[in-house]
Design a protein around this ligand. Sequence first.
Ligand code: AMP
Ligand code: ZN
Ligand code: FE
Ligand code: FE
Length: 274
Amino acid sequence: MDIADLHIHTTASDGLLTPTEVVEWAIIKKVRAIGITDHDNVNGINEAICASLHLNIEIVPGIELNSQYLDEEIHILGYFIDYKSKKLEEKLGFIRDSRYSRMIKIISKLNLMGIKIDFENLKINSNSTSIGRPHIARVLVEKGYASNMKAAFDKYLGRNRPAYVERYRLSVGEGIELIESIGGVPVIAHPGLIAKKKYIDEILDLGIKGIEVYHTKHDANITSELLKTAKEKKLLITGGSDCHGMFVNKEPILGNVFVDYSLVQQIKKASKTI
Ligand code: AMP
Ligand code: ZN
Ligand code: FE
Ligand code: FE
């Protein structure tokens, strides 16, 4: 069976593997197609496509928009988008600028608390449009201010914690519209992680075309529920590892969660870019 992992992050956002390394691992793990879905960012796609040339692997150009629905952060995946679109570039530029200024505010809050970190410590890719709290959390762990990423959020960076700063987000409706307007297929990401379950149905009615049924953090129950919903509502089914490059048993989780390659062809058919 040919498999596809449609949810992967690279160093263009908060992943630890470069797009080239992602392609290399996908080949090792025998994945036929991979979705490059960086947060609010498409800068990894070109490199992944270049690395894939002459190899038996297909790159699905994608994005994961960290958007807002009422009081929850909701992630919307977009597949087969026109990732070179000017309109997308403008929107992402705006998001990048607002993320930069927010990072500076978070760092000053931490500095006021006696925590000595600065922007240079963050090791961020200069063209990243999705620098965020995970970058700071990693430095807090490295410098011993927190024992792990979760602790860094619980102690400092989470909502209502002392170094929290709100940031600009697209609304879910704007995110779906943006993906549609650049020819892509909007999919609701990891609905199993949405705290208010009633939001799922509401969001599905906003123009969503697919559900991420399979995901590293979905258990068997939520997976079968989502599968049922996707079938009832005649929505596309997607899935992926949401690999950020962490290693388990010397291998990244890339390819550990997947869908059949035929689903990629269905998603492609629903897009307007191919
Ligand atoms: P930002 O986009 O800068 O607001 O950061 C959001 C990202 O932080 C999410 O996509 C998660 O990857 C990460 N994150 C949020 N809360 C936690 C947490 N409690 N533990 C670990 N990572 C978290
Ligand atoms: Zn991420
Ligand atoms: Fe996500
Ligand atoms: Fe993700």
